[in-house]
Design a protein around this ligand. Structure first.
Ligand code: SF4
Ligand code: SF4
Length: 93
């Protein structure tokens, strides 16, 4: 092995390992015409993404907090909310 090749190999071995992970982002979407304002989703969302306004409407108040667990979607009695993936970010760690 030449000295140059040996040095290049050394540099490769010393370089910090870069791992890429996919960060999945999701948010809930509410169909206002179907939502009866029972607030089940508001009460049980583990990240407090949803809020009920004084008029009784349910809004997506903190979409950035959504972890995509789909509790809201699976338990809504009126199929008035679903969770969608909005983008994937590639993140180096
Ligand atoms: S659980 Fe469904 S019907 Fe009840 S407030 Fe949430 S979206 Fe509306
Ligand atoms: S998917 Fe989970 S975290 Fe996101 S709004 Fe629904 S219950 Fe909350």
């Amino acid at each position: 092995m030449s000295e140059e090749v040996a040095q290049a190999t050394e540099v490769q071995e010393e370089a910090p390992a870069k791992h890429r992970t996919q960060k999945r982002r999701t948010k809930p979407i509410i169909f206002p015409n179907w939502c009866k304002g029972c607030a089940l989703c508001v009460e049980f969302c583990p990240k407090h993404v949803l809020e009920q306004t004084e008029s009784g409407s349910v809004i997506v108040a903190h979409p950035d907090q959504c972890i995509g667990c789909r509790w809201c979607e699976l338990h809504c009695p009126d199929f008035a909310i679903f969770v969608t993936e909005i983008e994937s970010e590639e993140k180096s760690v």
